[in-house]
Design a protein around this ligand. Structure first.
Ligand code: TYM
Length: 333
């Protein structure tokens, strides 16, 4: 069965960008593929999180993944650091990755700009660990948002290089894009991101969301309600595209252009439609929080399955590169 793999960092709370850009596809792909989904706590170390906050974030992100519809009976859901093979393979792949390739990564430039006081080596080699995450499960489908596409291209190149040097061993992963690969933040200028403080949180209440939406950027040229607006340049209208049925969207479009509908009312409609999606997720999350033991069981079972699958790949890889006897029938001396 073809495998799918993806990961989310436990840094801050999940937002609707994570949900639309990645989680929606995780839920869909688990039906079709053998799925491995991972809370990538080793990646989060690049931001040197407070240990207590990190532990809490791992649990909250796991809860968010489950509440969004990932089914632990179908998908293997686990925490990256519970599977030591991730770090082992990352080292092996780092010895195959030219510095020049890492230098091209735009996320490194963004992230080092965000934390100039802590530009650590992990931030630079981060895409290699991400490649290891994928390759360890021999995954061929990787659901991610647009911001991760460059990392996926690097992963593909690394796989090609490995196969060229050591013989055909690993499959090339492909990106699976969602219908919302780049959700913009409340500022309307940068992508929604945990580190930019411009997000609509997945667990926020309807009131909190409406409060945030009040300050969200709309069509910059529309200053008064009586000015006609242009939905094509309005970020709030773009969000309606993900949460609002087509007929209501057409009404909003017409109302905005004719100035019959004001921005405040348009935002209230969006908040109500967002709540249709977020309300049930919030409720499922509350139930999961009441059963911490259940969460521990899910993660322990996931880690055991992930370790077993990872070890199969590692045995193959170690044999190919000369760290162990080559596997029987591998064609290697
Ligand atoms: P992370 O934790 O930043 O984001 C998790 C997922 O959410 C997507 N995403 C978005 N999609 C659309 N619009 C947005 N504004 C938005 N913000 C985030 C991301 O593209 C991602 O799919 N390096 C990865 C995690 C990772 C990973 C992996 C992913 C580690 N190992 C292996 C896939 C496979 C990251 O930092 O994602």
């Amino acid at each position: 069965m073809v495998r799918t793999m993806s990961g989310i960092q436990p840094t801050g709370n999940l937002h609707i960008g994570n949900y639309l850009g990645a989680l929606v596809n995780w839920v869909a792909l688990q039906q079709q593929y053998e799925a491995f989904f991972c809370v990538v706590d080793l990646h989060a170390l690049t931001q040197r999180p407070d240990p207590v906050a990190l532990r809490r974030a791992v649990r909250e992100v796991t809860i968010g993944i489950l509440a969004s519809g990932v089914d632990p009976d179908r998908a293997t859901l686990f925490v990256q650091s519970h599977v030591p093979q991730h770090a082992e393979l990352a080292w092996i792949l780092s010895c195959l990755t030219p510095l020049g390739d890492l230098n091209r990564m735009t996320q490194f430039k963004d992230k080092s700009g965000n934390q100039p006081e802590n530009i650590n080596a992990g931030l630079f080699t981060y895409p290699i660990l991400q490649t290891a995450d994928i390759v360890l499960y021999r995954a061929e489908r990787v659901p991610v948002g647009e911001d991760q596409e460059q990392h996926l291209e690097l992963a593909r190149e690394t796989v090609r290089r490995f196969n060229h040097v050591y013989g055909d061993t690993l499959p090339e992963p492909q990106v699976v894009k969602s219908h919302a690969p780049r959700v913009m933040g409340l500022d309307g200028e940068t992508k929604m991101s945990k580190s930019r403080n411009n997000e609509i949180g997945l667990f926020e209440t309807a009131e909190e969301t409406l409060q945030k939406l009040r300050g969200a950027k709309t069509d910059p040229a529309r200053l008064r309600r009586s000015d006609p607006g242009n939905p094509e340049v309005c970020n709030v209208f773009a969000w309606h595209g993900f949460f609002t049925p087509a007929a209501q969207r057409a009404e909003i479009d017409a109302g905005c252009r004719s100035a019959g509908l004001g921005c405040v009312d348009c935002k209230k409609m969006l908040a109500a439609n967002l709540e249709q999606v977020k309300g049930p997720i919030r409720e499922r999350a509350a139930v999961l929080r009441e059963h911490p033991q259940r969460l521990d069981e899910i993660l322990a079972a996931g880690a055991a399955k992930a370790r077993a699958a990872a070890e199969v790949t590692m045995e193959l890889v170690r044999g190919r590169i000369g760290l162990r006897a080559a596997a029987a029938g591998s064609g290697q001396p």
